[in-house]
Design a protein around this ligand. Structure first.
Ligand SMILES: Cc1cc2nc3c(=O)[nH]c(=O)nc-3n(C[C@H](O)[C@H](O)[C@H](O)COP(=O)(O)OP(=O)(O)OC[C@H]3O[C@@H](n4cnc5c(N)ncnc54)[C@H](O)[C@@H]3O)c2cc1C
Ligand SMILES: Cc1ncc(C[n+]2csc(CCOP(=O)(O)OP(=O)(O)O)c2C)c(N)n1
Length: 602
């Protein structure tokens, strides 16, 4: 995805300021602009170069500022906020290390198309380039991982830059935008003009697809014998779950949802085959592999889904819909490329499909009979543990069952992430938050915090690994102090489990530096219960299957503080199915036929 360049945006921001332009400092203009854009919550941490902005932040009654303990937490919180609500998330940091601490979260948001605006302070403009105290070229650093980065050196340019940042972050392919503001621009005064004139030459996302392409796609779908709707995270970003369901039911075609699209189509729907890819279900993986027509909807042919791309779905034609033209043909040539917003494309496609089948209804019964056979033969499952410790899959499944589909689940990265994708049933979009593209350990706790701020009436779980949790758990202090009662389930296998799994499978069980010592009886560093209590949380340790439900219920009933449950689980549990990296997806057969572990687990 190339950084998009900029143009005049016709839409004015929603609210307008008083007709007489008051004179504000740049810092006041930052806060006033955010207010006028309807921002109600921001996550940040002050420092010298952003201090002017923090002064008027104290006076606003419209914006809640949540003081994080680390700027990475602010970034992921902004992501969680955006992913749970669809609204733009905002993170604020000072220059130098404050700004660079945001970089991982910005990269994460870029990979997963999350609309986030990061506002950073920069040193005085006359000091830029002198290695001034806490100077970092954050615009340069983030250029390849943002949709756009602004450097603002004049107070009068602030409203325009902030309004443009929100417009760019939220429209087209969503993504992160950085606004870096020098300290002198924050301190200077200028008339505050609202709505500002936004001038972004070249930025015009295409939302309405070409009619001819829609017709061509509809014809292919009508003729296909083995179609699959290959649904990606773009459906969620487009808020097009209802339109997807309508198209799916019109075509009767099987649906697979990528890791980023879990919840875009209800798991309970009979046409849903589950997640494709490295840890996808056998029916979803083989449906793509054996298909004669992939209808890719806001999905980007990621290598975790395709396996060896040259061998992926060899007999399939491809209809590829994406709002970002750079995605189409990037990995796999499209027979029918469609650039547009899924919210508009899906109804058009459904109408064209209905017209195309007016004469003859397509017969995909044989295809369904093959897929139903796979569903019967390969249901998702897991084996009981042999070491007396909890089965992690069971814990995660019970969290989902006792919480239900209205909850929000933010996972870390690793085995627990895959089990949370597999064993929680998602019935609605924006219920599943995770770091798919970057795979950022540490995402879960701050993302859950952001989600809870955005959706305070929902139960929000962070489902985390003991490794991931140790990267960002300091935000529990933020949650406890600011009355953000998230629930954290640490799936504690005392190791960097996903890496350990690869060492089991591909490095002869040589466990080089993956033991974390967080769950053993004798060494337990840190003790997560004591740690969580120190942060003001209710903390529970669970070691037996019969105690799992009671702990989850206690968490669900506790809303006056965050809850942390340390589930001590087996380190030997594996994520199955698995297609090894870099081979054809047909190797899922290999996993089935040749791996004794796979046989045992299934
Ligand atoms: C440990 C680990 C294991 C993983 N294993 C798997 C796995 O087994 N299976 C799996 O699926 N993934 C897996 N992933 C995730 C994988 O790395 C990718 O992040 C994911 O597959 C990409 O999902 P996607 O194709 O839906 O694209 P996304 O990254 O969600 O991209 C969305 C696309 O939609 C487009 N879009 C956005 N808005 C719109 C709109 N309004 N209209 C039209 N288009 C729009 C965007 O331009 C983009 O191209 C794993 C990740 C990790 C960390
Ligand atoms: C920041 C970061 N560093 C390293 C990795 C590589 N990595 C992927 S999964 C994983 C293990 C995660 O361990 P844990 O949080 O305990 O989860 P588990 O796999 O045990 O469920 C590691 C180290 C990563 N994804 N992100």
């Amino acid at each position: 995805m190339p950084a998009e360049s900029a143009t005049a945006i016709p839409r004015p921001p929603a609210r307008t300021a008083a007709p007489s332009a008051p004179v504000l400092t740049g810092a006041q203009a930052v806060v006033r602009s955010l207010e006028l854009l309807g921002v109600t919550d921001v996550f940040g941490l002050p420092g010298g170069a952003i201090l002017p902005v923090y002064d008027p932040l104290m006076d606003t009654s419209e914006i809640r500022h949540i003081l994080v303990r680390h700027e990475q937490g602010a970034g992921h919180a902004a992501e969680g906020y955006a992913s749970a609500s669809g609204r733009v998330g905002v993170a604020i940091a000072t220059s130098g290390p404050g700004a660079t601490n945001l970089v991982t979260a910005i990269a994460d948001a870029y990979m997963d198309s999350v609309p986030v605006v990061a506002i950073t302070g920069q040193v005085f403009s006359n000091l830029m380039g002198t290695d001034a105290f806490q100077e970092a070229d954050i615009v340069g650093i983030t250029m390849p991982i943002t949709k756009h980065s602004f450097l603002v050196k004049r107070a009068e340019d602030i409203p325009g830059a902030i309004a443009a940042a929100f417009e760019i972050a939220a429209t087209g392919r969503p993504g992160p935008v950085l606004v870096d503001i020098t300290k002198d621009a924050q301190q200077a005064e200028a008339p505050f003009q609202w709505p500002p004139r936004i001038d972004l030459p070249g930025y015009r996302p295409v939302t309405k697809a070409h009619g001819k392409q829609i017709q061509a796609a509809a014809q292919l779908i009508a003729q296909a014998k083995k179609p699959v709707l290959y649904v990606g995270g773009g459906v969620i970003r487009a808020r097009a779950a209802a339109e997807l369901r309508s198209l799916a039911e019109a075509t009767g075609a099987p649906v697979v949802t990528t890791l980023m699209a879990r919840g875009a189509f209800p798991d309970s729907h009979p046409q849903h085959l589950g997640m494709p890819g490295m840890h996808g279900t056998v029916p979803a993986v083989l449906a793509l592999q054996e298909s004669d027509l992939l209808i890719a909807l806001g999905s980007r042919f990621d290598d975790r889904v395709t396996g060896k791309a040259a061998l992926f779905a060899p007999d399939a034609q491809v209809v590829h819909v994406d709002i970002d033209p750079a995605e189409i043909g990037k990995i796999r040539a499209a027979d029918v490329p469609i650039v547009g917003d899924l919210k508009e494309v899906l109804p058009d496609l459904e109408a064209a499909f209905r017209a195309a089948i007016a004469e003859a209804t397509p017969d995909i019964a044989q295809w369904w009979s093959f897929l139903d056979g796979l569903r019967d033969e390969f249901p998702l499952g897991y084996a009981p543990t042999t070491d007396g410790l909890l089965a992690p899959q069971y814990v995660i499944q019970r969290i989902g069952e006792l919480t239900g589909p209205e909850g929000v689940y933010a996972a870390g990265v690793g085995q627990h992430q895959m089990w949370a994708a597999q064993f929680i049933k998602y019935e609605r979009p924006n219920a599943w938050l995770n770091s798919g593209g970057a795979g950022t350990m540490g995402y879960s706790v701050p993302a859950a915090m952001g989600a809870k701020v955005a959706e305070p009436d929902r139960v929000v779980w962070a489902i985390d690994g003991d490794g991931c949790f140790q990267m960002t758990n300091q935000e529990l202090a933020t949650c406890a102090i600011n009355n953000i009662p998230i629930k954290v389930a640490i799936i504690n296998n005392s190791s960097l489990g996903m890496v350990r799994q690869w060492q089991t499978l591909f490095y002869d069980g040589r466990y080089s530096h993956t033991d974390l010592n967080t769950g053993h009886d004798t060494i337990r560093i840190p003790d997560f219960v004591k740690l969580a209590e120190a942060y003001g949380c209710l903390a529970i340790r669970v070691e037996r299957a019969e105690d799992v439900d009671a702990a989850i219920q206690t968490a669900l009933e506790t809303n006056d503080r965050p809850v942390v449950i340390d589930f001590v689980v087996s380190a030997d549990a594996m994520v199955w199915p698995m297609v090894p990296q870099g081979v054809s997806n047909s190797y899922i057969q290999y996993a089935r036929d040749h791996s004794p572990a796979f046989e045992r687990e299934m």
